[in-house]
Write a protein that binds this ligand. Structure first.
Ligand code: HEM
Length: 181
């Protein structure tokens, strides 16, 4: 660690972070503006149509630079397992958000967007924020506070619990909002 190749990889890791997470923040801020009726829904859809490409590119850069980083560090501790879970969650959720986006794009101007689609969108944005902030916080802690953290004792159990929790929220939401049709 702390060699020239490590810092070069870290540089690209941060470039990917700026590109991807910056675009996530921009998209979500426009989402907030839409919630407070400052912009119209088609405007939000056209913005996220552009930002989603930057998010994917940044995410791929982070993984490509993360692999040499982890190789040079030579250790995958328990907290890193959880970080990798969040990285995978970002990818899976990104596919989910992409599908919702395609669906929303098909609605014509002024057409009512069903509550179930809105629920999917809000859940997707929530998972995106959760996973990005957690991966970011773990990266920060590893780099600036303690390099190796073998906590929590059962990282896979934590990952499974988070995944199960999110699936329960998803299924319960679908039940509630499908009935409202
Ligand atoms: C969404 C994806 C990711 C985010 C948001 C993220 C975030 C971060 C952040 C904020 C840092 C600290 C940078 C600094 O302050 O200098 C960092 C460092 C690091 N990241 Fe990532 N990262 C991601 C993906 C990955 C992946 C996929 C890997 C491994 C395959 C990885 C491995 C590392 C390593 C080894 C470090 C050096 C610090 C350490 O853990 O000892 N990261 N990351």
């Amino acid at each position: 660690m702390n060699t020239v190749p490590f810092f070069i990889s870290l540089f690209f890791h941060i470039v990917g972070l700026i590109l991807a997470f910056g675009s996530v923040i921009v998209t979500d801020l426009f989402g907030l503006l839409w919630i407070f009726s400052r912009i119209r829904f088609p405007h939000l859809v056209s913005i996220s149509n552009e930002t989603k490409n930057f998010i994917w590119i940044g995410w791929v850069i982070m993984i490509m630079s993360g692999i040499p980083l982890i190789y040079l560090k030579g250790e995958i501790d328990n907290l890193m397992i959880i970080k990798l879970f969040f990285v995978a969650l970002i990818g899976i959720n990104g596919v989910f958000l992409h599908k919702i986006h395609e669906k929303i794009q098909n609605y014509k101007k002024g057409e009512h967007v069903p509550n179930i689609t809105m629920f999917h969108l809000v859940l997707g944005l929530f998972v995106s924020q959760l996973a990005w902030w957690c991966a970011l916080a773990i990266g920060f802690v590893h780099r600036h506070i303690q390099s190796v953290i073998n906590w929590p004792p059962f990282p896979f159990l934590v990952c499974i619990s988070i995944a199960v929790g999110l699936i329960i929220i998803w299924k319960v939401g679908e039940r509630i909002f499908n009935e409202e049709k």
